[in-house]
Structure formats: structure tokens, C-alpha cells
Design a protein around this ligand. Structure first.
Ligand code: MIC
Ligand code: SF4
Length: 695
């Protein structure tokens, strides 16, 4: 018998079946019990409405935390109404509420609750941040959270496990954890982690504190990975102790003879400051290459053809402007920890932001900003001329700080998808907080490793972080008191729609044919105009596919004015639905009449969201068929009553062109049950009702 890796150890401890972990092969369903669930307001309002609709009095997981951090602009009543609803439902159902101002979900969870060996689910794709302290932390759609909180086990597809062996030491402070994950994205691209968990190991792990590890696991989401995880060791213990949580520590490491599906090696000492070019976190080069004005042909040489045009346009713009930048934004759940901001502050100390640059700083949590304030580092940041923002997602999700037309924006975030900053003509470059701080001072891209004048400090982790808990609201321990809490729903909070049970066939025209790597931001944009509509599906549905085809909604409404279910189909390329966990990218198209997506491949969370809401996620058995289908072709997906576990192909007829083709499904028993009933909500509701009747 061989030893076990960390992923196997955690799965084994949580598997509810009698099966041994060695018996699983990649893709098999594994059902696990979940320790912690987290939501944030933008996905959580809907998730909590779903939980309410299931109809049980209390959450059935050991810990649930509802964070308010994504939309805090309160430009009108809608946002404030959502916050009021979230506060009441948490108090009623037994969840902790993290008030707006407390900080960004992943940073606050890392500080306060994440622990080694736990399984954490979050209705946000960057939930893997907690992998920095050895949690198996997975991003899922809101309905998965709602049903898990109602006591359902979580179904995971048994992952491939990729070992990332780290050796050497980073050239700190200019080369950071952000450069490690950007390097991995350079190597593997945005599809390179699909169906896999990245498990870090090797002597280089000791060069990274827990929050630095969390930067890496956070942005591992951009690899398309299920999650990423670090071992739990004395540095994890140090972090937890400094957060006042030493009791949450337990050691966790892979056995010496553990087996992996793939092994990657990264020599930290060879890394340089990296940057992801517009509009993909997978389009990575070193900052030096830009500063040396490397010809664009060499830059794109090893990148997928799909990104060449974007890179050409944006890097040409950068070169033609002598590398000058318009905006720098430091923050987000990736790079706004104490260490990231302290180091950035030491770059800024005694300097002034270049005249043509707008620099914003949004700290990851209230405790982080309080700590840098107490240590005088906040003053260094303010004196530089930085514009301090709230401890929220802010510009990362297009909530303010939209850059100017044709701008060049450098951000320490994890996503630079087309239009995400709020301005379609802008180009966003992703990098570490130290690189971004230097660029803000110099006004243009410079190679940090060549910097002579500015000498940032190397900070070590404090022995004691500020650990104030005063922005959490804890639910009453008394069930009667919880039951008495009144739920108030403002007029913008509309109950979630439900799909119909699945019929034997779906016939519909291809309302849209997309290319590769369509993001959930393409399907269902975020930003200040749209985020207030997250609790109102009919209203938010008016924005479906807006960034890629602004005729889509009109065409859908013309075809389906009554909002019948399953009247059209979408055909997609590879990695359809990459990016966020937002289930609105499934629910809103469902409300317009989507029945199935047929794509070359579908990103994990989006695939699950389609199933959760009763839509079929099909993948072409032969990718060449993609070229033979045109928008407006009518397709019929047949024999759906025969759907059962083990059926791996479903036939589809293109009635317009007169041919039949096969698609892959690979659905588990539970997924088929969900599809047949019209999604997880009707299924779990019926189950709960039966249990209540039987009791
Ligand atoms: C994101 O970074 O895209 C978001 C906004 O945090 C999303 C969640 C959402 O759309 O509300 C995510 O990552 O899942
Ligand atoms: Fe918030 Fe951005 Fe992190 Fe998403 S990626 S949770 S929007 S900070």
C-alpha cells in the first residue's frame, strides 16, 4: 500500500461512504461532510433565499459565515435592503454575519476561521484562499451552499492531484507569492488545472508564510483548478497563534511515498516579478520583458492563439505610451494581507504617486488596516497620495474606480477579464502589490529587480496580529430567540425562480455560438449597475451576455416572451463559463429559456451550476462538430427519459443541417436526479418535506 497525499487524507476523513480513498479514480463522485460554509452578499442573498425556500429552521453545518463585502456602495435602497435581509436571515438560521467594513470574505475567513484539515465550501470561486492554512476549500454555486447548509453531503468529482514541488527562496521583497502563482499560470494556462487539485510541497514551502501561501491558493482558481492546498506546518501554527487561534492548529503533510497524477517543479530563486497581460490571468510574462520591449511575436509565442489579438492591441498601446500607466489599484482577496500592504507601504515611504496616476488601496480586512495604522505604515501610504478605499472587493469587481477610456490599469487582483474593470477599452495588468506600488511611484512599468533608489523592507509575520471580532454578529444560542427573528425583504428581493422537470427531449435553436474561454463575467457581468440586481433574477436577466452580444436578451425575449423553460441552446468552445461561481450566470439564462449548453468543455463550477438549476451541460464527443453548427440551427437532444448513471453519451440531432452527433455527459446518480426534477431546489425541498411528514 502506498502513502497518501494531503488531498486523500482530508477526503478520507470526510467521506460518508464506506469506500477506501484508494478505490476512487478521477471523475468518480465522492460524497463528503462539510465543516464550514461561507457566502458573500453578491452570491449570498440568492443562496440564503434558496436556503429559506428549502424550509428548515437552522443550518446543519458546524459553521456558516455570511460576509458582506462585494457590494457596499449603497447607491440606492436595493443594496441596503440586501444587507438587512442577510443580517436577519443569518440571525434566524444560525450563521455568523460579517458586517460590511469587516473585510473581504477570504482574507477575513483566513484570519478568523480557516483551519487545517477542514472542508470549506464557499459561494465564491476564490474560497481556495483557505488552502493556505491547509483547508480543502472549494468554490461552488449558491445552491450547493444552500443544500449543504440544509444537511446534504457535498458531491465532489474525485480530482487528479498535481504536486507542485517548490525549491529555493524568493528574491524578496521584489519577488513575491503573487509571482509564484503567475508563474504557474504561465506554465499551465487558464485551463491547465481543470479537474485537479494542486498540492504544494518541497523545501520552498518554508519560504512562504500562511498569508503568502493563501495568495497562491487564492489565484489557483484561475488555473481552473478545483482547489489548491498547502501542508500545515510550524508556519501555519505561527500564523494561527498570531491570530489568537493556536488551538485550531493541527499538522498536515503528505506521506513520503504519496502518489500524484503529475509533478511540477518551481525554483523560487529563479522567479522574477511577473505580470498577466490583458485580458487573461493566463497571459503571463515577466515585467522585465515588457520593460525591455520584447517584440510582441516573442511574447505571444507560447500562448494560445485566442489571446494574441488582445495582447497585440494592449502591449502595442503600452509600448507606444513609453510604458506609462494611468491607474494602480492595490487590494483584493489575493494581495491585501498585512504582509502585502506593509511591503507596499515600504515601497511608497517618502515618495509621491506619479502625477498622471490614480493609486487606490483597499485593505483586505479591518484588522489589517488597523494594524498598518498602528504601526505607522498607513501614514506612509497616505502621504504618498494613495486614495484609501473600504476593506471590500471594490474595483476588483467593478464597484467603482472604473479607469479612463483606453487606459492602462495595473492591479494586484486575480482577474483581468474583458470589461471587468467597468471599461471595455481599458487594459488591466495583474501583478504583486510591491510591483504595483513601484509602478505607481515611477508612473510606468519598470523592472523591480533593477530598482536602485527605492529599497523596500522585508517584513516578517507579527507575533500577534490585531484580532478584533467586533464586526461579527453571532447568532443567539437560543432556538426560540432565533425563530422569533423577523425577515424583512425589500421590494428588489424576489424569490428565486425554479425550473420545470426534464421532459424526454429538448428542442431549441442555437441562440448563441461562442468562442473559447467565455467567462461568467461575459455571461453575467458584475459592476455597479448590475450587482444591486443579484436578488432579482428578472431584472438581472436583462444583462445576460451583454459584453459579448448585446442583442442576446432581445433575441431571447422575442423567441420566448412567456419565459417558458428550455426553449434555446447555447453552443460554446473550450472552458465555457470559466471564472466566478456566480450562479446568476446559470439562473438568468434559465429564466430567459436556456435548456442546455453544448460546448467543447465546460468549467467546473459553471457546469455544476447548470445542473443545479436543471440545465444540461453537454460536451462534444468530437470537437470538430463545433465547426459544423451555426447560430440559429435547431437542435434536438433526445431520449432524456433514459438518462441514468453510467450513460456517458447523449445524441443530439441538428435538424437544420440534418445530422446526428454524440455528446459526453458523465452524470452521477444525484446529478441525474436533480436534472430530472428541474434542479437541486425542488429535489431537496421534496426531501425535506418528506422528512418533516415522517417525523
Ligand atoms: C469574482 O471575483 O468574480 C467574484 C465576484 O468574487 C465571484 C462571485 C460573484 O460573482 O459574486 C467569484 O469569484 O465567484
Ligand atoms: Fe472580491 Fe475580487 Fe476576491 Fe472576487 S476576486 S472575492 S471580487 S476581491
Amino acid at each position: 500500500m502506498t502513502g497518501k497525499n494531503i488531498v486523500q487524507k482530508i477526503l478520507e476523513a470526510h467521506d460518508i461512504s464506506e469506500k477506501k480513498v484508494e478505490e476512487y479514480k478521477p471523475g468518480d463522485p465522492v460524497f463528503v461532510k462539510v465543516d464550514q460554509c461561507i457566502t458573500q452578499d453578491a452570491t449570498g442573498t440568492m443562496a440564503w433565499l434558496e436556503f429559506e425556500a428549502i424550509g428548515i429552521p437552522d443550518i446543519k453545518v458546524p459553521l456558516a459565515v455570511s460576509y458582506i463585502d462585494h457590494n457596499t456602495l449603497q447607491t440606492d435602497f436595493r443594496n441596503a435592503d440586501d444587507h438587512q435581509f442577510l443580517r436577519a436571515i443569518a440571525a434566524k438560521k444560525g450563521a455568523i454575519l460579517s458586517r460590511p467594513g469587516n473585510g473581504i470574505i477570504h482574507q477575513v475567513h483566513l484570519e478568523n476561521f480557516a483551519a487545517p484539515g477542514k472542508i470549506l465550501l464557499g459561494s465564491d470561486s476564490h474560497t481556495p484562499t483557505a488552502g493556505g492554512v491547509g483547508s480543502m476549500a472549494i468554490g461552488v454555486g449558491g445552491l450547493v451552499i444552500a443544500t449543504t447548509m440544509a444537511g446534504e453531503p457535498f458531491e465532489l468529482k474525485y480530482p487528479m492531484v498535481i504536486k507542485v514541488h517548490l525549491k529555493g527562496k524568493l528574491r524578496k521583497p521584489w519577488v513575491t507569492a503573487m509571482d509564484v502563482i503567475l508563474e504557474l499560470l504561465k506554465m499551465k494556462g487558464v485551463r491547465g488545472g481543470r479537474k485537479a487539485i494542486f498540492e504544494y510541497s518541497g523545501p520552498g514551502v518554508k519560504d512562504l508564510t500562511a498569508p503568502e501561501r493563501a495568495t497562491i491558493t487564492n489565484m489557483g482558481a484561475e488555473l481552473g483548478a478545483t482547489t489548491s492546498i498547502f501542508p500545515s506546518d510550524e508556519l501555519t501554527q505561527h500564523f494561527l497563534k498570531a491570530q489568537g487561534r493556536e488551538n485550531d492548529y493541527s499538522p498536515l503533510e503528505a506521506d513520503k511515498d504519496a502518489v500524484y497524477d503529475e509533478i511540477i517543479e518551481i525554483d523560487l530563486s529563479k522567479l522574477e516579478p511577473n505580470v498577466a497581460l490583458p485580458h487573461s490571468p493566463g497571459s503571463v510574462v515577466s515585467i522585465r520583458e515588457l520593460v525591455e520591449r520584447t517584440p510582441i511575436e516573442s511574447i505571444v509565442k507560447n500562448m494560445p492563439e485566442k489571446v494574441h489579438a488582445d495582447i497585440k492591441e494592449h502591449v502595442e498601446r503600452l509600448y507606444s505610451r513609453e510604458l506609462q500607466v494611468d491607474q494602480v489599484c492595490i487590494g483584493s482577496c489575493t494581495n491585501a494581507s498585512y504582509l502585502a500592504l506593509a511591503t507596499a507601504a515600504s515601497v511608497m515611504k517618502g515618495q509621491v504617486v506619479a502625477q498622471h496616476i490614480s493609486l487606490t488601496v483597499s485593505p483586505g480586512s479591518k484588522n489589517v488596516v488597523t494594524q498598518i495604522a498602528r504601526e505607522g505604515l498607513l501614514a506612509d501610504i497616505l502621504e504618498t497620495g494613495a486614495r484609501m478605499l473600504e476593506c471590500t472587493c471594490g474595483p476588483c469587481i467593478g464597484m467603482g474606480q472604473t479607469p479612463n477610456t483606453n487606459s492602462i490599469s495595473c492591479r494586484t487582483f486575480n482577474r483581468n477579464f474583458f470589461g471587468r474593470s467597468g471599461e471595455k477599452s481599458a487594459g488591466t495588468y495583474l501583478m504583486s502589490a510591491t510591483s504595483a506600488a513601484l509602478i505607481a511611484i515611477k508612473g510606468k512599468f519598470v523592472d523591480p529587480l533593477q530598482e536602485k533608489d527605492i529599497k523596500p523592507e522585508i517584513f516578517s509575520e507579527p507575533e500577534q496580529f490585531i484580532t478584533s471580532k467586533n464586526m461579527f454578529i453571532y447568532p443567539s444560542k437560543d432556538a426560540k430567540e432565533r425563530a422569533a427573528v423577523a425577515i424583512v425583504k425589500g421590494p428588489n428581493i424576489i424569490d428565486c425562480p425554479i425550473n420545470d422537470p426534464l421532459a424526454d427531449q429538448i428542442t431549441g435553436s442555437v441562440l448563441l455560438k461562442t468562442g473559447d474561454d467565455i467567462t461568467t463575467d461575459d455571461i453575467m457581468m458584475a459592476g455597479a449597475q448590475v450587482l444591486p440586481l443579484r436578488s432579482n433574477i428578472p431584472a438581472i436577466a436583462q444583462f445576460v451576455f451583454n459584453p459579448v452580444d448585446n442583442t442576446f436578451v432581445k433575441r431571447a425575449l422575442d423567441l420566448n416572451p412567456q419565459h417558458k423553460r428550455r426553449v434555446f441552446i447555447i453552443v460554446g468552445g473550450s472552458n465555457y463559463g470559466q471564472g466566478s461561481s456566480r450562479e446568476h450566470a446559470a439562473i438568468a439564462p434559465m429564466w430567459l429559456g436556456l435548456g442546455a449548453v453544448i460546448a467543447k468543455s465546460i468549467a467546473r463550477i459553471h457546469r455544476d451550476n447548470l445542473i443545479q438549476w436543471g440545465m444540461l451541460p453537454l460536451e462534444f464527443s468530437d470537437e470538430n462538430i463545433y465547426d459544423k453548427i451555426d447560430q440559429s440551427d435547431v437542435l434536438t437532444i433526445k431520449n432524456l427519459v433514459q438518462l441514468k448513471e453510467g450513460i456517458s453519451e447523449i445524441e443530439v440531432e441538428n435538424t437544420t443541417k440534418g445530422f446526428i452527433f454524440a455528446t459526453n455527459v458523465n452524470l452521477s446518480f444525484k446529478e441525474i436526479e436533480m436534472l430530472k426534477q428541474g434542479g437541486a431546489l425542488p429535489l431537496v425541498k421534496a426531501k425535506v418535506r418528506n422528512q418533516q411528514v415522517n417525523n
